[in-house]
Design a protein. Structure first.
Length: 325
């Protein structure tokens, strides 16, 4: 097992611990540094994405979560681009300008589908290998991609660690206090929840932001900038299916059954990885519960005093992790 000190020393010897070049901070609610959003047909989707940095730089793909969007990386992306990275930030299925190519395609939010989307995105852009970073759904998707397609992943930064869903384990109850934190999953399992989320998406997601990051004093302009992504016509369907699928209240798609069988074995992740924990992680903050799922070079970093949206609450720390890994 490699220690944190040994890992950091190895990074220094390799010459990757260069001082972080700090790009100008993004003003709240201002126009993002990446300019116009690009589109590419990839798999079952037409994916909208932002791109920064030199076209020939090492590729870093940043993945957002729910209920967020690509603006979670509004400060991280320019910093990485300033270090010579080609940074790509795709909107997940059900977000922003990303659209399904066919009306009959199932609006599927299960975990393996999102992982397959990343590979399709890389294939469409002719990217052989990339570093992946993410939080929430984005961290889960990055972990899935690294576990199932390690040959396509150079390295991984995952907030909250190993998030691949094991359906059998997910049926086991947690402590009452922990269950309270998942209240929205149970709400989404009802038709009342579907109607409520459909009618109150803006207010609902703002509540989630506050609960997940109680010390983050985001302003209305910052929130509104991300909120436009949830006007996607498939957003509610994807979110509801994602959470119902986790509780085995909704079926997935046959095309992903093979991938899902592999994920249900809790596969290890072999690529170099840095996991990040924040106050949001509670008793899982030390990372000991998932340490054995990472068998390559590994480091766990803890950031106190922030919540779930690590890239936006602590952009320098997230950027540093991507550069170090």
């Amino acid at each position: 097992m490699i220690s944190r000190r040994q890992f950091s020393q190895a990074l220094a010897v390799a010459g990757v611990a260069a001082p972080l070049v700090t790009a100008p901070a993004q003003a709240a609610g201002s126009k993002p540094a990446w300019g116009a959003i690009k589109q590419v047909r990839a798999g079952v989707l037409d994916i909208g994405y932002a791109e920064l940095g030199p076209a020939d730089g090492p590729v870093t793909i940043l993945l957002h979560g729910w209920p967020y969007d690509i603006h979670s990386y509004v400060d991280v992306a320019p910093k990485l681009a300033a270090q010579g990275h080609r940074v790509l930030i795709p909107y997940l299925r059900g977000y922003g300008p990303t659209r399904f190519l066919h009306a009959h395609t199932m609006r599927n939010g299960q975990q393996s589908a999102l992982g397959a989307d990343v590979i399709a995105f890389m294939d469409a852009l002719k990217i052989r290998k990339a570093t992946l970073g993410g939080f929430d759904w984005g961290a889960r998707t990055a972990c899935i991609t690294a576990a199932l397609w390690p040959e396509r992943v150079k390295a991984l930064v995952s907030v909250s660690g190993y998030l691949i869903v094991n359906l059998k384990q997910n049926q086991e109850p947690l402590s009452p206090q922990a269950e309270l934190g998942w209240w929205y999953q149970y709400y989404f399992s009802t038709e009342r929840g579907v109607k409520g989320y459909t009618q109150n998406t803006y207010e609902f997601n703002k509540l989630i932001w506050k609960l997940a990051s109680p010390q983050w004093n985001f302003d209305d302009a910052t929130y509104a900038q991300s909120a436009t992504a949830w006007k996607n016509p498939d957003h509610v369907a994807i979110v509801i299916h994602n959470y119902r699928w986790r509780l085995q209240l909704a079926e997935g798609e046959h095309r992903y059954y093979g991938l899902e069988r592999k994920l249900q074995t809790r596969p290890v992740i072999t690529v170099p990885t840095i996991t990040i924990a924040s106050d949001f992680d509670g008793p899982n903050k030390p990372g000991t519960g998932y340490r054995d799922r990472f068998t390559g070079p590994y480091e766990h970093r803890i950031i106190d005093g922030i919540g779930h949206n690590v890239p936006q609450e602590a952009p320098d720390a997230f950027t540093r992790a991507v550069l170090d890994v």
